[in-house]
Design a binder for this molecule. Structure first.
Ligand code: NAD
Length: 474
């Protein structure tokens, strides 16, 4: 029986990063994966969606430039080819991760893992199709990083053909729906709406809450809603789906209630994007399950479960379901497990939504800061006053900074602009290092760049921002 310092279950961004970190600390490590290496992020999440989005970006840019000296007579789209490129990118990164396992001496088991005791795991190996063998492995520590799966809402008709989750939509070859109805206006719903609208689908969104992206700053969700509507996407909020049936001219009919009125709408495909839940099925043999926190595994501050020596990180525990959070938790869990000091501040989590323009936030928004009793000052700069936004024909957006009134310390930042996701790290560092808005504004930022808007938003707190355009036009 092979024996390790650490067995990791699941090779998503939580699991594979943790395994390599432990190997780099000199530990003997195995990782067990029942599906494709890379988990949801690489195979069915971040990487596929952002690869498709990179492609659709060219379509929106081409449209933007149509009245500005560049025109196309036959801009055409080959959806299968886009999916093929997405698959190639995913395969390349997957190979890269396998290479990292080899380079760092991490042993990969391809099969289904079940924890059978505090330090033993049974692996049902799937090395040859149709033939399964079992292997027992032991380890001083076990780290569970089994991720999450889409929630299937209890709506009649959820199992009908062409009612899909984001996993199935992204498999998508040969299936570009004429009209896609999206149930759930959260992060997945809005990113998919952005991609598939550019691919030529008619899009309609049904969201149960009174606004889409309800976890985000209100002004961001309002501006994104306006942008979606401007691009011809219908958005229904405060709406409850009653049932889905087969029929109509497109194949599917959805009945829903909006503002006390029962309505129907038709679609060729329906995307269910109403959240994800921890994936724990079959992980533990009967009789040894750890204490749960709802549907997720409960852990302490060291990421240890109620069973000593068994740890859990990422989407399988409660918290923000983000790839970068899982990776950071993986590193900290390994550091603590093997007696090192944590090297990452896990309290400050940037959130990004890949829309047009992009959304990126970190720390507190205005409502959160007020709810926590802070007296605040807000600096805001509209992107239509930013040269880089104007020269690149960018959309309406802003950089907003939330600061403590008496000290000037930065508490949070909300960015709605092109490249926001690439700029948010600077603001996370500023919050983490307790910088004030004056310190944030005290460095030279290159011109012309989107990030000049950070300087202007900082200056705006003392009413010193320089606005290129009259404010009422922005
Ligand atoms: P979500 O929680 O972000 O959004 C789900 C939405 O569905 C909510 O707005 C909710 O009110 C709505 N809803 C729930 N039941 C409904 C119903 N019956 N009818 C209509 N609306 C309903 O979940 P998601 O969008 O599925 O994403 C899952 C997770 O993956 C999230 O935690 C998200 O942060 C993460 N994710 C992150 C990124 C990113 O970082 N860019 C991208 C994709 C997914």
């Amino acid at each position: 029986m092979d024996s390790y310092d650490l067995i990791v279950i699941g090779s998503g961004p939580g699991g594979y990063v943790a395994a390599i970190k432990a190997a780099k600390l000199g530990k003997k490590v195995a990782i067990i994966e029942k599906g494709e290496i890379g988990g949801t992020c690489l195979n069915r999440g971040c990487i596929p969606t952002k690869t498709l989005m990179h492609s659709t970006h060219f379509i929106s840019e081409a449209k933007r430039m149509q009245n500005a000296g560049i025109s196309f007579t036959d801009l055409s789209l080959d959806y299968d080819k886009l999916i093929e490129r997405k698959d190639e990118v995913v395969a390349r990164i997957r190979k890269g991760i396998e290479g990292l396992f080899n380079a760092n001496g991490v042993k990969l088991y391809k099969g289904v893992a079940t924890v059978i005791s505090q330090n033993r795991v049974k692996v049902k190996l799937a090395s040859e199709p149709g033939i399964h063998s079992e292997e027992l492995v032991t380890a001083k520590n076990i780290l569970i990083a089994s991720g999450s799966v889409p929630v299937i809402p209890r709506i009649e008709g959820s199992a009908i053909k062409n009612v899909v989750t984001s996993d199935q939509l992204l498999e998508g070859k040969g299936r570009l729906y004429k009209k896609l109805l999206i149930i759930g206006g959260g992060v997945i719903g809005i990113e998919m709406a952005t991609i598939y609208k550019e691919l030529g689908c008619e899009i309609e969104i049904i969201e149960a809450m009174d606004r889409i992206l309800s976890g985000m700053d209100k002004e961001i969700s309002q501006t994104i809603t306006m942008g979606l509507k401007k691009r011809g996407i219908s958005v229904h909020t405060g709406a409850r789906v009653l049932k889905i049936t087969e029929g109509g001219s497109l194949g599917l009919v959805c009945e829903y209630i909006e503002k006390d009125n029962t309505k129907t709408t038709e679609a060729e495909g329906i995307l269910l994007s109403v959240g994800r839940r921890s994936h724990t099925e079959g992980l533990f043999e009967d009789g040894i399950a750890p204490v749960m926190d709802g549907a997720s595994i409960k852990v302490n501050a060291e990421f240890e479960t109620s069973i000593p020596g068994i740890y859990a990180i990422g989407d399988v525990i409660k918290g923000k379901q983000l790839a970068h959070v899982a990776s950071a938790q993986g590193i900290v869990a390994i550091e603590k497990m093997f007696g090192h000091k944590a090297s990452i501040d896990l309290d400050l989590i940037p959130s990004c939504i890949y829309t047009v323009p992009e959304v990126a936030t970190v720390g507190m928004d205005e409502a959160e800061a007020k709810a926590q009793g802070y007296d605040i000052k807000i600096g805001k700069y509209p992107m239509l006053g930013n040269s880089k936004t104007l020269l690149s024909m960018g959309e309406r957006g802003f950089v907003k900074l939330i600061c403590e009134a008496d000290t000037g310390r930065l508490l949070g930042a909300q960015l709605l602009c092109d490249r926001a996701t690439d700029m948010i790290g600077e603001l996370a560092l500023a919050i983490s290092k307790k910088l004030t808005y004056k310190e944030l504004g005290s460095i030279i930022r290159p011109h012309p760049t989107y990030e000049e808007a950070i300087t202007e938003a900082a200056d705006d707190i003392d009413n010193m921002a320089i606005h290129l355009m009259p404010r009422r036009t922005l």
